[in-house]
Design a protein around this ligand. Structure first.
Ligand code: AHM
Ligand code: MG
Length: 336
């Protein structure tokens, strides 16, 4: 049987589902950039890419060399093709303008170039997360600079989202709003090959993911919920739960897409003015779109993440996502 590469899948989508050709091209370019990032990540110390820069990003986090390199790879790959009106990234304070010498297109690309920074130097899976939005007509101009407001659209308006995970295998997980497909990088072919055709998150689960070291800072509903998970068979939920925490959202979400589970990064008392650690536009929204398209759920404890109207590019949000039953339970506890 012939193998279905990402390119072939995208061409078939263009024919059957009216996926526009420029969106197909956009995904192809992002996938090519992810291959390049995968290559750099896999070289590690041999490529001289480990360790930190002496710079901080807009959120005051020390940038790793690979954060900066991955950001540059994505910008350079995407700026010239004529498919984008602009880009935004975890690693840049403001919207990235398409240089004047290149044509502009209809889409906006938002990304976390290398998620899981704390795992880069210790050889644990990291990844690239991306979200694609349409540029609103009133913001689109060949001449004017693109402002932040063009990007501030709720996650329901995403036309595509995905992530690449750089782990034992490099994989690209993609949704165009019609289910989730998983592609594995065949390094000999140099292509992403469709290996996971219909990804579903099981509705119930006995596995959870949360950074337990923050327990004392959590709000009451999270303390109650995790307390019940830990109580196991003898507690109110009547079953034993297992725990995993990789500290790379891509890797934790990937496990949940594969075998179910609930992932939580709640808001907590460490920085009460911030509603959580993870960023809405390029972490929570694309991951929530993927999880929902695979039959799971994603909320901030109070409402569906995809319905949140963003107020700024680097806005943070609490995240509860994964198997429906558990996400609904955690959300209910916030409402009670
Ligand atoms: P990053 O984008 O700077 O890598 O931060 C996001 C990461 C997520 O991948 C992960 O879920 C979380 O931060 C881990 O946080 P913590 O170190 O607090 O457990
Ligand atoms: Mg991140």
């Amino acid at each position: 049987m012939s193998r279905v590469t990402l390119s072939r899948y995208l061409i078939e989508q263009t024919r059957s589902n009216n996926t526009p050709a420029d969106l197909r091209f956009l995904i192809e370019v992002v996938a090519r950039a992810c291959k390049e990032i995968s290559h750099a990540v896999s070289k590690g110390a041999l490529g001289g890419v480990l360790g930190s820069m002496d710079t901080e990003n807009v959120q005051g986090e020390v940038q790793k060399k690979l954060d900066v390199l991955s950001n540059e790879i994505l910008l350079e790959a995407n700026e010239w093709g004529g498919h984008l009106a602009g880009m935004a990234s975890e690693e840049m304070d403001n919207a990235y303008q398409i240089p004047g010498k290149y044509p502009k297109g209809a889409y906006l690309l938002v990304f976390d170039p290398l998620d899981g920074s704390s795992n880069i130097d210790v050889n644990v899976s990291v990844g690239t997360i991306f979200s694609v939005l349409r540029c609103p007509n009133e913001c689109f101009s060949q001449n004017d600079a693109l402002g932040e407001e063009a990007f501030l659209q709720p996650g329901t308006r995403q036309v595509a989202a995905g992530y690449a995970i750089y782990g034992p295998q490099t994989m690209l997980m993609l949704t165009l709003g019609d289910g989730v497909k998983g592609f594995t990088l065949d390094r000999e072919l140099g292509s992403f090959v469709l290996t996971h055709d219909s990804i579903r998150v099981p509705e119930s689960t006995a596995e959870f993911a949360i950074n337990m070291s923050n327990e004392r800072h959590w709000e009451a509903p999270v303390k109650r919920y995790v307390g019940e998970l830990l109580a196991g068979k003898e507690g109110p939920l009547g079953k034993n739960y297992n725990m995993r925490w990789i500290a790379s959202m891509v890797a934790d979400v990937h496990r949940i897409l594969t075998r179910g589970g609930i992932f939580m990064y709640p808001r907590d008392g460490r920085e009460p003015e911030k509603p959580g650690k993870l960023r809405l536009m390029y972490e929570a929204n694309p991951m929530s779109f993927i999880i929902e398209q695979a039959g799971g759920a994603a909320t901030n404890g109070h409402q569906r993440i995809l319905d949140i109207q963003p107020e700024s590019l680097h806005q943070r949000v609490a995240v509860f996502l994964g198997s429906k039953e558990e996400v609904e339970r955690a959300t209910r506890y916030h409402q009670e």
